[in-house]
Every structure is written in structure tokens, then in C-alpha cells.
Design a protein around this ligand. Sequence first.
Ligand code: ARG
Length: 595
Amino acid sequence: LTEAFVDSHDFKTQLSETAGAAFVSEGFEASAGRVNASDRPDLADFQCNGALAVAKAAKANPREVAGKIISHFSADDRLKAVDIAGPGFLNFVLSEDALSQRANALASDARLGAPKVAARRKIIIDFGGPNVAKEMHIGHLRTAVIGESLKRVMRFMGDEVMGDAHFGDWGYQMGLLIVAVSEEQPDLPYFDAAFTGDYPTEAPVSLEDLGRLYPATAKRVKDGDEALRDKAKVATRELQHGRVGYRALWQHFVTVSRQALIRDYGALNVTFDWWKGESDADPYIEPMIVDLKAKGLLVPDQGAQIVRVAREDDKKDIPPLLVVSSEGSSMYGTTDLATIVQRNAEFGPDLTLYVVDQRQSAHFEQVYRAAYLAGYAKPGQLEHAANGTVNGPDGTPFKTRDGGTLKLHDLVSQAVEKATSRLHEAGLGEGLSETEFADTAHKVAVAALKFAELSNHRLTNYIFDLDRFMSFEGKTGPYLLYQAVRMKSILRKAGDQGVSAGAITVGEPAERELVLLLDAFDNALKESYLKRAPNLLADHVYKLAQGFSKFYANCPVLVGDDAAVKASRLGLVTLTLKQLELGLDLMGLSAPEQM
Ligand code: ARG
């Protein structure tokens, strides 16, 4: 799996190449030439620490090594200055010309400085993971938001990416629901094994029914109703083995749930290319079992059938993967393994990313190992991009006041309500029509919720605090949208005044800073891609918005008589807005026209 990039023209990459070549010609490793943004932006734009490392290994004086490297930059017209600092760091200060050139190159680049992957790969992102009947809760927000952003980033970088919801529609909860409906409506034809007519096309249960029946029945089992549990297990097995009435009823559960899910995800700007479910792997299970047996991997164990995946050098105990339960049913691991086979047959991914709660990591370890043993994937092709939990103020997984988990649907409506009152408080959106205002409030709400997710590393557990997420100040979604709207309004005003954007000439410190930020988009995308970490993109977009705000405070855009300065600054605003909006889009957000 190669993860190299092309079309990368940012300063960090360019200077690293030159420095790398300099180290090589002085007899050192090219990797010593790695250049990073400076720790001291007041002194320099970029720095390279390589001389220290190589001098230590070669028992040489680091400042002397740095002196040899620096001589390779003496005629470099990208630089205004290059110095040796402290024990042997190299400090680079870019020239205004180089920055202006870079800004103009970015402005004329359709991809705004984004690199591309060197080799296009086929990637599946398994995210969202909603379940039939169980309504989505706040935990499902996390995988949905992160998965959506990774999908967009990887696709934009050039991969062929498919997002799959991997709908939970095949386990024991299906049997439980069948039994629950049979108790409430025993006369329905689905339960009559001798029935031969046509089943009703209308669903016998609504989403509300499912949302009520599932928790109530699950609770009875939890409270010790063993007869109910056994019935549900039998129903699950019969469903899986093709009992016609159960399949027909189950199809209604799936359809009703999926419709609601598509609506809830849609409100968050989250979409899937595939709505495949665990059940879609079903046709692959029988042949897979035959194959696993033939390979000597599937072994009987206390009435069940398992694949042992433990290795000798394991530090902790890795239990076997349960493929066929003692009741003869497929389990979560069975459908996950068969889904790998299915995806190979239907798509042939080079990589599958599972954006799923880290509490499932043991499960994925078992599934992946079984897949490697059976030859369904090569190590490295299955990857768990795990996420942490969303907590309440008490530090435990978030609950509503009455102790339940907050439903995604309620969450979005609450956020829209809060966004509406925040806009009013801030005196924003007053000139908007009712529909425009509603659109703005929805965008602000979605940005608040999603950016709160995306600005944390996916593994970080964070505290859900809608008030803070909804602020127009600080590192929040609404702040980003607000800055975008300010830029849009500058551009509108410029249009009214007949001023147009022109070539960018960097002069003021705030202009320098802004161009350096625009330049760093390239690296932010690479890092988000490689680390499956949209928070690095989120950081970039936030810094860019801040950089604009600082620029605008220091560099008036539409005032003064110097037409070239006006055109240049307008060019900078135009470019910044484009990159900001692209960044927002890659996070699955969008800015309104006005606020
Ligand atoms: N439906 C599962 C849940 O709610 C998540 C599915 C994740 N994807 C997978 N391939 N197992 O926990």
C-alpha cells in the first residue's frame, strides 16, 4: 500500500527537498532535510533540525554541519534570509516575492493547493453503522461525522471511495422484534407458517412502534425473561435460514428504519454510497463456511463453530471468532467476515476503513485476523479507524436528563433551536427572509455539532456542550461560518463598487501570515489523509479563518486609492474564501451566503 502524493508544491515540501539534497551531497541521509513550520514564527517561517541529529551520529559539530547545508541555499531566491540558530537549527525566512508567487499559483489552481495521491486506490469506508429499530443516538454522530469527512478527503485526494452504512439488520435484535410484533399482532399472516397468499405491502409497524417495541422487549430479556430470549433466538435463526413470513416482516422493519435514517443523516449532510446491511452478506455465509472448513480454520467448539485467531506472541488473550453459534445462527463477527468476502466480490477494495467506536476494537481484531488467515485480505488492508465516546459533563457517556441517550433527530432539532436564538442574540440574520434565516440557522446548527466532533482527534473522548459549540467565538463551527460570511460580504461589496481581484502582492505581516496559512493546506490534507484524522484539516480551517480575521483587522480591503493594493487584497480574500469553503466542504459543512 503506497501512500505517496503528487502535485505537492507547498513550501514545506519544496524546502525539504532542497535541504534533503543538500544533506545528501554532504554525505548524510536525505531524511535529515525535513523542514517544518518554525516554532518561533516571530523569527522565521520554517526550520530544519536535521543538522543536530546527523552531527550527533557522526560525532561532528552541529553548527558546522548546518554551515555546510546553508551554503546550498545561498543563491536561493525563495528566501529572504537563512540562518543558523542556537545549537545548529536552520531558520528560513521566505521572500515576499516567493510568497506572492505562491499566492498567485494557489489562486489559479483549481484544487487550491491540494495534492493528489500518487496511485489511486479503491477504498471502502464503513461508517455510521446504524441499526434497525434502535434509533441512532449521540454516539452514532461521531462515526457518521468523521466517516463522512474521511470519505470526502480521500475522494478529493483522488481515491475511488465508497461509503457504506453497514446497516445492522441481521442479528438477534431482528428475532426479538419479530417476537414482539407477534405478541402485539398475532393475527398477522407473517407468523402463520402455512400461509401461502401475498403478504401486505403496507408496513404493520411504524418507526415509533419499532422504537417502542425494541427497548421494551430487550428490557424484559435483560430482566430475566428466558422464554422470550429463547423465542427470539429461534426467530433469529429461522429468519436467517429463510422463513418466508419472517423475511417479509423483516423487510418492513428494514424499510421503515432506513427511511428515517436517511432523513436523519441527510439533515447532517451525511450520505452513503451503499446502504448495504449485514443481511447482504448472508448469501456469502454458507460458501464461506465451506471454505473456512476446507482451509482447516473452522473448528467445532461446544456446539458452536469458531476460528481460533490467537497467536503465540500475543501479549493479551485474543478469543476465537464465533462463526456459527450453538443455536446455528450467524453472529456479528460472521456477517463482518462474510462482508469482507462480499466486498471483495463486488468491489475489490485495496483498503477498508472501519470508522467505529474503539470499544469494538477486540471484535475487529478477531475479524481481521480471521480474514488474514483465510486469505480474504492482506495485513494492512483492513483498518479500524477507531473513535472515542461523547461524554456528558460527568465524564460518562452522554445521557439526556431522564437518563436516556439523546436521539440524533432530537439533537438536530435542539441544535437548530439554539442556533436560532444565538443568531437573534447576536443581532445576526436580521435582513434575511424567513427561508433564508431558516437555512442559515440550520447551517449554523450543523456546523456547531459537526465541527465539535471534527476539531477533536477521533480517539479523544470529549464533553458534549451545545452552548460552547454554538458560540460565534473561539474554535467553533459558527465562528468559521461567520468568517466565511464576512468574506462573502466583502466580495459582494467589491462587486457593487466594480472592484475586481487582481494579482496578489504580499507586503504586510498579516498578508505574509495569511499566505503561509494558505500554503499549509497541502500538508494539512496529507496529514489528515495519512492519519485518518480530519481534526488536522479542522485545525487548518480554523487557523485560516483566524488568519483572515487578523488580516482584515490590519489590512483594509476596499479603502484607499491604490488600485493595485485593492485588487491584490481582494485577490487574497477571494482565494481565502475559496480555500475555506473547500475545507468546510471536506468536513461536510457549508457556509450560508449571509448572516
Ligand atoms: N451496527 C454496529 C453498532 O451499532 C456498528 C457497525 C460497524 N461496522 C461494522 N462493519 N461492524 O455497534
